[in-house]
Structures are given as C-alpha cells and as structure tokens.
Design a binder for this molecule. Structure first.
Ligand SMILES: NC(=O)c1ccc[n+]([C@@H]2O[C@H](COP(=O)([O-])OP(=O)(O)OC[C@H]3O[C@@H](n4cnc5c(N)ncnc54)[C@H](O)[C@@H]3O)[C@@H](O)[C@H]2O)c1
Length: 255
C-alpha cells in the first residue's frame, strides 16, 4: 500500500490547492478540517470533519498515516486565548497523535511573522526570533513543540516559515516574500517526504525571488527548487514597509 498523507486545514487556501495538486499526482490523501472543502474533496481523497482541539479526533485521523502536513489554525492576528487553543494546543495534539500513532514525519506550517519585527534590510540570523503579533508567538510555540517532539518523540519535524502565499505578487513586499501555489506544493511535499539531514529542520518558504530577506538554508537539503519568482511579475510599486512583517508589525495588540 502506498503512503497516506494527512493534511490538516485542508479546506483552507493552501490546503485546497495542495490537496488538488497531490491528488492529481496520485498521492493518497486524508483531509481534515473544521469545515468541508468547497466543492468536495478531490477524487480519491478521504475527508474527516474534526476540530483539532479534540485530541481523540486527531489521534483517530492519524492512524495509518505516513506524513502529516499540519496547516490548520488561525491565520490572522487575534486574541491570545484563541491562538493558544487553535494554534498551540492543536499543534500539541497533532504531534502527540503522531508520536502515539508512530507517524514518522510532521510538517508544521509556521510563518515568516516569527521574525516579522526585524527591520527590512537587516540580515538577521535565522535563530533571532522577533515575533510581530500573538499569531507569530503561537507559531514560535509551534516550532518549539516541533523541536521537542523531534528530539524526544521519535518524529522528524520540518517547520516551514511560509512567506506570502498568493496567486501572484500584489504588494511591494511580495517581491521578497511571495510563495507561488505551485512552489508551495513542491516545497511542502518535499518537506513531507525527502530525507532530512537532522530530525528537526526550519526553513523559510518563498519562490525564487531575486529580492531576498531570509536565508535559503534547508532548500538544498530537501531538494526544493522553485520555478516561480516575483520579478516575473513587475509593477508592485515602491516598498514603504519598515518591518519584514508588513501590516502585522504595524498593528496594535488586540485588546
Ligand atoms: N497564506 C499565507 O500566506 C500564509 C503565510 C504564513 C503562514 N501561513 C500558515 O499556513 C497555514 C495555512 O494557511 P491558509 O492561508 O491556507 O489558511 P486558511 O485560513 O485559509 O485555512 C486554515 C484552515 O484551518 C482550519 N482550522 C482552523 N482551526 C482549526 C481547528 N481547530 N481544527 C481543524 N481545522 C481548523 C480552518 O477551517 C481553515 O480551513 C496556516 O497555519 C497559516 O498560519 C499561511
């Protein structure tokens, strides 16, 4: 029997496209989300409607799985308590389910916002965290949990700090941050399946944009070679953002 890939957050923007692409390539999929996919799951894919705050539900869904691509969560700035439930506790449930069900690899959808308070033009070390929001803090916790489970839970974990996933670049900052849908599929699938140099890997996910804000460490290790680049789409205008996190860095903390 070929590998079975579990995608959480499969009804969201990235999950919908990823599931469609992987199903077309004949990859067996189990999709999980709070809500059903618009238009139904791709042919051949199973769909599980579940809330990741329910540990039993994800443990059941993880049975027989070879890789989990964990995309589910709140993706905008919000209340700290919501971030804890949907982004941190849910990630703990996913990793714990993987450990108990002996799923060998988990890919975590982290975010470039974990370093979003860095000033554009600085060349920060990959390890210098600078969260720009409660959302970013929840992604740092996600990465920390991934590191812990990679070293104590017997699971390989790749934390992917996604840039700006869009059909095409539409803001000046996307010249550096853009990740095209087809590059995202290639990167996430490579992170899910290729041999790793170490049990825990963190990498930034963008297309092959000429403008670079982040190191490309880890791309070679998983064999990621982007085919798109923001510079193929000129006309986004002059950059006015001071921080790499863009609008997230400018927002006040939610009350
Ligand atoms: N889109 C981007 O540019 C971008 C950038 C950086 C990081 N990311 C990360 O990538 C992931 C996917 O992003 P997206 O744009 O597809 O987000 P999205 O908001 O479109 O999809 C998220 C999905 O998660 C589901 N979900 C939320 N809480 C859940 C729970 N408790 N249980 C089960 N399902 C739940 C939602 O129903 C939704 O379908 C997110 O984790 C996001 O933080 C995205």
């Amino acid at each position: 029997m070929s590998d079975l890939v579990l995608i959480t957050g499969a009804s969201g923007t990235i999950g919908t496209h990823l599931a469609t692409d992987l199903a077309k390539d004949g990859i067996r999929l189990r999709l999980l989300d709070l809500r059903p996919p618009a238009g139904g799951p791709p042919a051949g894919a199973e769909f599980v409607q579940a809330d990741l705050r329910d540990q039993g539900a994800i443990e059941k869904a993880a049975a027989g799985i070879s890789t989990i691509i964990h995309l589910a969560g709140i993706t905008q700035e919000g209340l700290f308590t919501e971030m804890v439930e949907h982004n941190i506790t849910s990630t703990y449930h996913v990793l714990e389910a993987a450990r108990r069900q002996r799923v060998p690899r988990v890919v975590l959808a982290s975010s470039h916002h974990v370093t979003g308070m860095n000033v554009v033009g600085d060349q920060p070390d990959q390890a210098s965290l600078a969260p720009d929001s409660f959302y970013a803090v929840s992604k740092i916790a996600m990465e920390a949990l991934g590191h812990l489970y990679a070293h104590k839970g017997g699971i390989e974990v790749v934390a992917v700090r996604i840039g700006s996933y869009r059909p095409r670049p539409s803001e000046p900052r996307h010249r550096a941050t853009w990740l095209s849908p087809r590059d995202a599929t290639a990167l996430l699938y490579a992170a899910a399946t290729r041999p790793l140099p170490s049990p825990f890997l963190t990498l930034y996910a963008t297309s092959g944009n000429a403008e670079r804000w982040w190191p490309r460490t880890g791309w070679g290790a998983i064999g990621y070679q982007p085919v798109d680049a923001a510079d193929q789409h000129p006309g986004t205008g002059p950059l006015t953002d001071r921080f790499t996190g863009g609008a997230f860095a400018d927002h006040e903390l939610p009350a």
